[in-house]
Design a protein around this ligand. Structure first.
Ligand SMILES: Cc1cc2nc3c(=O)[nH]c(=O)nc-3n(C[C@H](O)[C@H](O)[C@H](O)COP(=O)(O)O)c2cc1C
Length: 388
C-alpha cells in the first residue's frame, strides 16, 4: 500500500501500478543528470592525465561496466588495470570483449592527448599478457609525450555525442556505399578487417543468427542472470551505480517496486518477460538495414585491444555520418550453449573459426525521421576510476 502511494506521488498523481506503462516523464524512471555528468566537456580539468582520462572513460564497453582503473602514482605515466569485480564471466568468459572496451578506452585517450599536442605512447601488458582469464596486472602503461607534430583526429569532435542506439532503425533507408566506405576508412591502419552487408540477401541470414543467439542468451541461466544482476532499475539505482543496463520504463520500475519483477530468479523461457524481450529484439532486428563486422586473423590479446580501437573509431565515424550503431555480440560469445550460432556467423562472414575471430557484429542504420539521437549512457566518473 505504501509503495503504491509513493509511485502515485512521484508521478504527480497520474500513475497506479496497472496503468504505469502509459506514463512517461516520471522522476523515478529517468536517467538523472548526475549519472551522465561525465559527458560534459571536462574543460575545468587542468591536469593533462586527468583530462585525457575524462574522455577515455566515455568508451563503449560491454554492459557498461567501465572496468578501467587508472593509477597516476608514477610521474608522467598512467598505469591502467581492469577491476576484477567488473568482468563478465558468463557472457565473456575469456575477457575478449572486456579487452575490446579497453582498446576503445586507449583510442579515445590517444585522441584526447593529440588535442592537447601530445602523443600517447603505450606498452600493452607491460607485466605480461593474461592467460585464459583476465588478471589484475596492468593492461597498459601509457606515457604522454609533447609533440608539436602530432595530428589531431577529426573523430575527436564526436566523442561527446557518440552513442549506442538499441532502438529501431529506418528499415527503408539503406546504408549507402559511400557511408560504408566512410566507416571502413575509420579503421585506418589498424590490422582489423571491416565488413558491412546492406543488401537483403546478405542481411537476412545475419538477422536470423542474431535472433537465435539472443534467444539462447535469454533462455540460458548463467548469461541471463549475469545481465539480470546488472539491471539498474529506475533513477535511484541508475544514479547509485552509474553502470550496467539502465531501465527507465515506468512500467518495469513500478513492477519492481511492487515486487512483481524479481531479479534474483531466472525468468522461465515462456514467461511474459522473456517472450516480451524476444519480441522487442525481433522488431529492432527486422528494422535493421545493415550489419557491420570486425574480424582479426587470430585472437591474441593485443588483437582484441586493436578490435576495440577499431570499433570506437567506426562508431565515431558513424556518428559523424548520422548513422546509429548497436553491437550485437551474442553470436560472438564463447560460452558453450552459443557454439552453433558462433560457428554459423564465422562461416557466413567468411571468417572461419578458429583461424579468424569475428570480434564485433553491430546493427547499423539511420534513425527514423524525426527521432533524436539516444540519451547518453551513465558513467561512473573519473574519481571512481582512479586507483591512486
Ligand atoms: C565489445 C563490446 C560489446 C558490446 N556488446 C553489446 C551487445 O551485445 N548488446 C548491446 O546492446 N550493447 C553492446 N555493447 C554496447 C555497450 O553496451 C555500450 O557501449 C555501453 O552500454 C555504454 O553505452 P554507450 O556506448 O552509449 O556509451 C557492446 C560494446 C562493446 C565495446
Amino acid at each position: 500500500m505504501q509503495r503504491r502511494q509513493f509511485i502515485r506521488l512521484a508521478c504527480g498523481g497520474t500513475v497506479a501500478a496497472a496503468g504505469a506503462a502509459a506514463v512517461t516523464g516520471c522522476s523515478f524512471a529517468e536517467v538523472p543528470s548526475t549519472a551522465v555528468a561525465a559527458w560534459q566537456d571536462p574543460s575545468g580539468e587542468k591536469d593533462l592525465r586527468r583530462w585525457v582520462l575524462s574522455y577515455a572513460l566515455l568508451a563503449p564497453n560491454p554492459h557498461n561496466l567501465q572496468p578501467w582503473l587508472a593509477d597516476l602514482g608514477r610521474e608522467g605515466e598512467i598505469t591502467l588495470r581492469l577491476d576484477p569485480q567488473r568482468l563478465l564471466p558468463a557472457t565473456d568468459p575469456f575477457g575478449r570483449q572486456i579487452l575490446m572496451g579497453a582498446g576503445a578506452f586507449l583510442e579515445l585517450l590517444a585522441m584526447a592527448a593529440a588535442e592537447r599536442g601530445h602523443r600517447a605512447e603505450w606498452e600493452l601488458f607491460p607485466d605480461g599478457e593474461p592467460g585464459l582469464r583476465l588478471d589484475a596486472k596492468p593492461f597498459a602503461r601509457v606515457r604522454l609525450l609533447g609533440d608539436a607534430g602530432v595530428a589531431r583526429d577529426p573523430l575527436f569532435a564526436q566523442v561527446l555525442v557518440r552513442r549506442t542506439d538499441r532502438r529501431a532503425y529506418d528499415a527503408g533507408r539503406r546504408v549507402t556505399t559511400a557511408e560504408a566506405d566512410t566507416l571502413r576508412a575509420a579503421v585506418g591502419k589498424l590490422p582489423v578487417r571491416f565488413g558491412l552487408a546492406s543488401d537483403e540477401t546478405r542481411v537476412a541470414p545475419i538477422r536470423a543468427i542474431a535472433r537465435e543467439a539472443w534467444r539462447i542468451e535469454l533462455t540460458t541461466p548463467a548469461p541471463m542472470m549475469e545481465s539480470m544482476r546488472l539491471l539498474r532499475i529506475g533513477s535511484r539505482e541508475i544514479d547509485q551505480h552509474r553502470d550496467g543496463i539502465s531501465i527507465t520504463s515506468p512500467f518495469l520500475v513500478v513492477m519492481e517496486r511492487v515486487g512483481l519483477f524479481d531479479r534474483s530468479q531466472f525468468p522461465a523461457p515462456d514467461s511474459q518477460a522473456t517472450q516480451g524481450q524476444l519480441k522487442d529484439f525481433d522488431a529492432i532486428t527486422a528494422s535493421t538495414p545493415a550489419y557491420l563486422w570486425l574480424v582479426t586473423e587470430g585472437n591474441r590479446r593485443t588483437q582484441q585491444v586493436d578490435a576495440g580501437r577499431a570499433y570506437v573509431r567506426v562508431n565515431l565515424a558513424g556518428t559523424a555520418a548520422g548513422l546509429a550503431m548497436h553491437p550485437n555480440e551474442q553470436a560472438l560469445q564463447e560460452y558453450p550453449e552459443v557454439a552453433r550460432p558462433y560457428q554459423a556467423i564465422h562461416a557466413l562472414l567468411d571468417a572461419p573459426s578458429p583461424r579468424y575471430t569475428v570480434q564485433m557484429l553491430a546493427r547499423v542504420g539511420h534513425l527514423p525521421a524525426g527521432i533524436a539521437a539516444a540519451a547518453p549512457a551513465p558513467r561512473r566518473g573519473l574519481a571512481a576510476q582512479l586507483s591512486t
